[in-house]
Design a protein around this ligand. Structure first.
Ligand SMILES: Cc1cc2nc3c(=O)[nH]c(=O)nc-3n(C[C@H](O)[C@H](O)[C@H](O)COP(=O)(O)O)c2cc1C
Length: 167
């Protein structure tokens, strides 16, 4: 198996992005792991690792942070891709990305991207609806998925054929 994608998703957006990436780089060679349901996973058989989480109240999920810290040595030996889902754009999104992953992993990554996000009112609980209305002025569902960044990420994470044959 070539690629493992580890993700966490609260309302499904990061999961959809992870599925698009899996489809883009090749379903047959890619395994998907929801970090919420996975216990120990041996990373050694994988040639490349992709990690994605989403931003809530400025932070990525703790299990993504823990996964990066626990596995940092082996992640530095792999082809690595990192991404976040988030609704804000521009400098705010960039600083959220920088806070989400350790600098050493961001520098090592082949690709590190902001994939945009969705505000899905129908998936939010009462408190989340109040927060997004108050903080971001969102009253109805809205999508800001960055399809271009998803496609660039897929291109950058696609293992070139000649390297593929070395294994
Ligand atoms: C309660 C709440 C807080 C959020 N806080 C932020 C935030 O601080 N910054 C941001 O860019 N997006 C924020 N978002 C938007 C999410 O990042 C966006 O909905 C993303 O698509 C969620 O992905 P997921 O469904 O995979 O968890 C927030 C969304 C909710 C519901």
């Amino acid at each position: 198996m070539q690629t493992a994608i580890f993700y966490v998703s609260k309302h499904g957006t990061t999961e959809k992005t992870a599925l698009k990436i899996r489809h883009g780089i090749g379903v047959a060679n890619t395994q998907l792991f929801n970090l919420r349901n996975s216990s120990f996973i041996d990373l050694s058989p994988f040639k490349q690792i992709i990690i994605g989480g989403s931003i809530h109240a400025g932070m990525i999920q703790n299990c993504i942070k823990d996964f990066c810290i626990k596995n940092s040595a082996i992640l530095l030996e792999k082809r690595l891709g990192l991404f976040i889902s988030c609704f804000y754009e521009g400098e705010t999104a960039q600083s959220q990305l920088e806070k989400a992953y350790p600098e050493i992993l961001r520098k090592h990554a082949v690709s590190c991207k902001i994939m945009g996000g969705e505000m899905l009112m129908e998936s939010m609980n009462f408190f989340e609806k109040i927060i997004v209305k108050k903080v971001a002025g969102i009253k109805q569902s809205e999508s800001r998925i960055n399809q271009e960044n998803i496609e660039t990420f897929i291109n950058e994470m696609s293992i070139p054929k000649h390297r593929d044959q070395t294994k």
